[in-house]
Design a protein around this ligand. Structure first.
Ligand code: NCD
Length: 306
């Protein structure tokens, strides 16, 4: 059976730390890795829109000297003729050495993995999980703070449908002394199953609030998120909730000088462009880090040692 990454807990904490140190080495010595995946192929199967995740996977494989193939919308694959995800993935696994797959249905990459002869990476499944964004976030936090423990992180926005939040809460709950502050409107709270699995079961305290202002001075990291329009059942609710939080330079006046602001992107309205000039804004660095950590992950799953 190939090794799949469906959930961030498919990796141990030691493996995550190892991926971060490989990514750091890639950043420092890119030339060392440029032929590491020569003659290997990565397929990106995206049944849902993406900019960063798909292109960073492809850019990662190209920087490792490998090739890329795939599709960026279900309409251009045989899915539109009625082919099952299992058959599509079975087919692609005959042509590629590793597959990154995004799908609107929760659990689809797990189901697809049963039909694959090569490793499958979950590149986002519905409102469930997004483990490689989490690896990107962890590398960014590590680069900004020098550690992955002993800080207070505030998650702000759509904690209900935001899959990047679910995976990152899960991952950080395995590190020591991380304090969680969950900031959302009542309708968009972190799902109970994530709270149970990641926080309550491990006895990790957390605080829930609707007010970003109240908690801003306490935060070492602020993880902003977009309200996930495509997962709402009706447009009215989306319109009512979409501008619940808008981060501006004024709102940051009470924040710590060493705060790090993260966002998986795309942003819609929740961070004003003026914040980009604030040295605490780390989200464009996060975009770059996404490529390096995915390079490290591809090497690991293909068992290539440089
Ligand atoms: C996120 C996603 O797809 O879940 N984007 C990403 O992969 N960087 C966040 C989002 O779409 O809001």
């Amino acid at each position: 059976m190939p090794r799949n990454i469906i959930d961030v807990t498919d990796l141990t904490v030691e493996e995550i730390d190892q991926l971060i140190s490989t990514a750091e080495d890639i950043i420092a010595n890119p030339a060392k890795y440029q032929d590491a995946c020569a003659h290997k192929q990565l397929a990106t199967l995206f049944f849902e829109p993406s900019t960063r995740t798909r292109l960073s996977f492809e850019s990662a494989m190209l920087a490792l000297g490998g090739g890329v193939l795939g599709f960026s919308e279900a309409a251009s694959s045989s899915t539109s003729k009625g082919e099952t995800v299992g058959d599509t993935v079975h087919t692609v696994s005959c042509y590629a050495d590793i597959i990154a797959m995004r799908h609107p249905k929760e659990g689809a990459p797990y189901a697809a993995a049963q039909f694959s002869e090569v490793p499958i990476i979950n590149a986002g499944d519905g409102g469930h999980n997004h483990p490689t964004q989490t690896l990107t976030d962890l590398l960014t936090i590590h680069r900004e703070k020098g550690r992955l423990d002993g800080f207070t992180i505030g998650f702000c926005g759509d904690l209900k449908f935001g899959r990047t939040v679910h995976s990152l809460v899960n991952a950080l709950s395995r590190y020591e002394n991380v304090k969680f502050v969950l900031i959302s409107p009542a309708e968009l709270k972190l799902p109970r199953y994530v709270k149970e699995e990641a926080l309550k079961k491990r006895g990790i305290p957390y605080r829930q609030t609707e007010s970003l202002e109240d908690v801003m001075p306490d935060l070492d990291i602020l993880y902003m998120t977009r309200v996930q329009r495509e997962r709402f059942f009706n447009e009215e609710d989306y319109l009512r909730l979409k501008d619940s939080y808008i981060l501006t330079p004024e709102k940051l006046e009470t924040a710590r000088q060493d705060l790090s602001i993260l966002h998986p992107l795309p942003r819609v309205n929740e961070i004003s462009v003026a914040v980009d000039r604030d040295p605490r804004a780390a989200y464009w660095k996060q975009v770059k880090n996404g490529k390096f950590i995915r390079m490290a992950l591809i090497l690991k799953l293909l068992d290539i040692h440089v």
